[in-house]
Design a protein. Structure first.
Length: 369
């Protein structure tokens, strides 16, 4: 389990530049549309100062942070859902991610060609969102047609499922025809589970990232203000990131140099960190730790998971044979300085199957299979 983000947007909005900066991995970038043909995939370590402190107090042979996967998907254009540009070939990649990171160009630069000739965030956002909605509409139409055939077969399990899906599909069809995303329909968790295998793009949470110049980081320009207004209407997250600045940060070798650079730019943390934190928040993801002489490791789990479910993140055998969990919070380790001292202080607890794991817990699982 982990955070998986698909980076989308029109050609030449800075997606590949931001991808390279975020992942410190080179992605093909050029001043013309569709220079990214196959989706680039980058794995990024999740920055977590708590893991750094745990390593100081419980030195291991190996350190394994949590990770985020970024997928840089080729620039979409009007008509992509019908095969224009690179078409459905790349819409299929979006279906596989957990969060859509929608890059919107919010900087002026005559040397960087815009696919539509000028900067207009409203138009650009509408273009991408419309194509995603049309792609989902096609998916819903196909399922409705398939379900009609299944319903005629009688009282089979497949027919029962088709009957349960029918009213939900109709709601989605109406919304998507109007250009509204599937997430605006307000389906319950049980209803979403019924439709899970559709992998609708517009059901995924979306973060708008305004790609700005260096001045835009300090104060919002008119383009950023427009994106913020649109995001508020959709109840979506919005961040401003300067691709050029992030590229310069990525080129620095040490954490100290990066910290100094951020301070000189008036920033507390990089755009990458803010984007990762926003993605974690959107998906309700949290982190627990395991620590020992062999390995200190951060694990990603969903808020509300019980101890056996969290154990299953490590291995299914841990969940299947769960006996108990020895738990303390990392803040207690930081206060007392060692596991031995926090044990003496009574800060280590034995928890059972009903315990809901908390963000920052350090856990030793006991299991038997």
């Amino acid at each position: 389990m982990g955070l998986n983000c698909g980076i989308v947007g029109l050609p030449n909005v800075g997606k590949s530049t931001l991808f390279s900066a975020l992942t410190s991995a080179p992605a093909e970038a050029a001043n013309y549309p569709f220079c990214t043909i196959d989706p680039n995939v980058g794995i990024v370590s999740v920055p977590d100062s708590r893991l750094d402190k745990i390593v100081e107090l419980i030195p291991p042979a190996k350190v394994v942070p949590a990770v985020v996967e970024f997928v840089d998907i080729a620039g979409l254009v009007a008509g992509a859902s019908k095969g224009e540009g690179l078409g459905n070939r790349f819409l299929s990649h979006i279906r596989e991610v957990g969060v859509i990171v929608h890059i919107v160009r919010c900087f002026e630069d005559p040397d960087v060609v815009h696919v539509s000739g000028d900067i207009d965030p409203q138009r650009d956002i509408d273009t991408i969102n419309t194509e995603l909605a049309l792609a989902d509409l096609e998916t819903v139409e196909k399922r409705l047609e398939k379900n009609q055939k299944v319903l005629r077969t009688g009282k089979t399990e497949a027919a029962k499922q088709a009957a349960a899906q029918e009213p939900l599909l109709r709601k989605l069809y109406d919304a998507l025809q109007e250009g509204r995303p599937a997430r605006a329909v307000g389906l319950t968790d049980d209803q979403l589970q019924l439709l899970h295998d559709l992998h609708l793009i517009t059901l995924k949470p979306q973060i708008y990232v305004c790609n700005v110049d260096e001045d835009g980081i300090v104060s919002a320009n008119e383009h950023v203000s427009k994106v913020t207004e649109i995001a508020a209407q959709e109840e979506a997250e919005v961040l401003s990131i300067c691709g050029k600045l992030e590229s310069e940060i990525a080129d620095l070798e040490s954490d100290e140099e990066k910290a100094e650079f951020l301070e000189s730019a008036g920033l507390k943390e990089s755009g990458m960190n803010r984007l990762i934190h926003a993605g974690y928040s959107l998906l309700g993801l949290r982190t627990f730790f395991t620590a020992g002489p062999d390995e200190d490791r951060a694990w990603t789990f969903h808020a509300g998971d019980t101890a056996p479910q969290a154990a299953g993140v490590i291995h299914t055998d841990f969940e299947r044979g769960f006996i108990k969990a020895e738990v303390y919070h990392c803040s207690d380790l930081f206060e007392y300085g060692s596991e031995q001292k926090l044990r003496v202080a009574g800060k280590l607890r034995i928890e059972g199957k009903e315990y809901k794991v908390q963000d920052g817990d350090v856990i030793h699982f006991k299991f038997n299979v």
